[in-house]
Design a protein. Structure first.
Length: 249
């Protein structure tokens, strides 16, 4: 299989001090897309990219977060790839500062590919109380336990009053010798575990402009949590002053 050049973006953020809940200001979301292929130079933009031939990438921040990469190359065409990433931040508030609060992350990760030179991958990394992030990933190279598709829930432990982060990455690449198609997508939803005693005392703040909407309700506990929050699909304003920050209970 042809080795594809892996382009890595490091999302740089400053250290943010913990402040009073009434004045919570979270770092802004940072997204990027990069497309390479039948184009003189790579195309890079914050939210969307595309090159001739059907290769594209997109980052959607609202009303729900979704990243998509797609690559399509005919036999004998130009090797192409699309890469997207998004990092955003959240904080659990309520109860007593320092409380350990379990969060549920519902997500769908897909990485389908067809062709001898086709590659796709998607992953989510959630960082809360530990320096080591919780990672769920899918990939076409056979190295991931979930294969090329994950649709379900995983849990992380957060601390009330402390900032956590979510990093999403998708990549799709196809070589030109044999051609093929590849795609990757990721879409998370964060909620306080409703089975946690006193869950109603806590809620989640997020970076301005980032949506927090679940996929169609297939799990009753998410439906309950969703409607308890008014089904707004938005985090509560975190008083950063620019309006669109979002909440779900």
């Amino acid at each position: 299989m042809k080795a594809f050049r892996l382009i890595f973006w490091a999302v740089l953020t400053c250290e943010w001090a913990t402040v009073a809940w009434g004045d919570v200001i979270l770092p802004p979301a940072a997204g990027s897309t990069l497309c390479e292929g039948d184009s003189p130079t790579p195309v890079q933009n914050p939210l969307a990219c595309a090159v001739t031939g059907g290769t594209s990438g997109s980052v959607q921040e609202a009303p729900s977060v979704q990243l998509v990469s797609h690559a399509a190359v005919p036999t004998g065409g130009v090797s192409s790839q699309a890469l997207t990433n998004l990092e955003y931040f959240f904080e659990v508030v309520g109860g007593t500062a320092g409380d350990h609060v379990p969060l549920l992350i519902e997500t769908s990760l897909d990485a389908p590919a067809a062709g001898r030179e086709s590659f796709a991958a998607a992953d989510i990394q959630v960082r809360t109380t530990s320096q080591v992030p919780t990672v769920v990933a899918v990939c076409t190279d056979g190295t991931r336990p979930f294969g090329t598709d994950f649709s379900g829930t995983f849990s992380v432990d957060a601390i009330s009053g402390q900032t956590g982060s979510v990093l999403l990455v998708t990549q799709a690449a196809v070589g030109g010798l044999f051609g093929g198609t590849a795609g990757a997508s990721a879409d998370p939803f964060i909620v306080v575990d409703p089975s946690f005693f006193g869950a109603g005392n806590y809620h989640v703040l997020g970076s301005d402009g980032v949506g927090n909407s679940p996929t169609p309700c297939q799990n009753r506990q998410f439906c309950v949590a969703r409607y308890r929050g008014g089904d707004s699909g938005l985090f509560e304003p975190n008083k950063a002053g620019n309006g669109m920050s979002n909440r779900l209970a």
